[in-house]
Ligand binder design. Structure first.
Ligand SMILES: Nc1ncnc2c1ncn2[C@@H]1O[C@H](COP(=O)(O)OP(=O)(O)OP(=O)(O)O)[C@@H](O)[C@H]1O
Ligand SMILES: [Mg+2]
Length: 255
């Protein structure tokens, strides 16, 4: 008989403990905790301005937390030097809020960029082209390889940004609002793509979203970030049927 492992029993690939971050008087994170397990889709929801992007930027070392520990694949990132941090970063794919493609580069150059920075493959033009094409193909956009970002729709840009992140085959994916600004059908396509990627590579994903549909479809577990802390943790079903007014508010209104 095949044994289903409980998500909670799986290896922890990313752990945040007691994270604090403030900007002047603005105390954004106030002792936030989370654990991401191998192969898990963990959704983080929180109101606009609650600190979701700040938290994710602390995770990849783009921002320095005031206090707390962040462990990525058993390594404390606050104790790593730039070089070690860089190596670790190549295992983490980060889809920024709003895509953030390099506007002056073609789609091909956008995808080559992380390869040049993190691998040796870019020295071999043929392998590079094949990898770029294959990765674009996995998001359904092989035909855009020589276009500029300005020639793409919002949904296509998001896919190319996703391809640029996937090209290094990260073990952990961090998505900051992957469906924001997209129409419901395109959002659904992106969600399906995220699910495909998770299945294909057994990636562990942290997904920040305020899209309740996205959370329902994709999450194994959810964390609600309220008042700078992990206010509630549970499955979509558990949280969406909660009687706590602060939790209920998330599932009733568009944030
Ligand atoms: N570099 C910065 N300097 C000063 N304050 C900042 C900086 N970055 C974020 N903040 C503040 O931190 C708070 C949290 O911002 P953050 O971008 O994390 O919100 P968010 O939860 O991602 O919101 P949204 O859903 O709108 O993306 C906000 O009050 C914001 O003004
Ligand atoms: Mg944000």
């Amino acid at each position: 008989m095949k044994e289903e492992t409980n998500i909670q029993d799986r290896e922890v690939v990313l752990q945040v403990k007691d994270l604090y971050k403030s900007f002047g008087d603005n105390q954004v994170l106030n002792g936030f905790n989370m654990q991401l397990h191998k192969g898990e889709n963990l959704v983080i929801m929180g109101k606009s301005g609650s600190g979701k992007s700040v938290m994710i930027k602390c995770l990849v070392g783009l921002m320095e937390a005031d206090r707390g520990t962040i462990t990525v694949m058993h390594k404390d990132i606050t104790k790593l030097n730039e070089k070690a941090l860089d190596i670790l970063r190549s295992d983490i794919g980060f889809l920024f809020q709003g895509s953030a493609l390099y506007d002056s580069m073609t789609v091909r150059e956008n995808l080559e960029f992380p390869l040049r920075h993190h691998t040796d493959i870019s020295k071999d033009a043929k392998s590079t082209e094949q990898l770029v094409l294959n990765t674009l193909d996995s998001v359904g956009l092989a035909n855009t390889i020589d276009l500029m970002p300005s020639e793409l729709s919002g949904g296509m840009k998001r896919r190319v940004a996703l391809a640029r992140t996937l090209i290094l085959q990260p073990k952990i994916m961090l998505y900051d609002e992957p469906t924001s600004g997209l129409d419901p059908i395109t959002s659904k396509e992106i969600i399906l793509l995220m699910q495909d990627i998770q299945k294909k590579y057994n990636t562990s994903s942290l997904i920040i979203t305020h899209d309740v549909d996205c959370a329902r479809v994709i999450s194994d577990r959810m964390i609600l970030l309220i008042d700078g802390i992990d206010y509630a943790v549970g499955t979509f079903k558990e949280l969406s049927t909660s009687n706590d007014p602060k939790i209920k508010a998330f599932f009733k209104q568009d944030l």
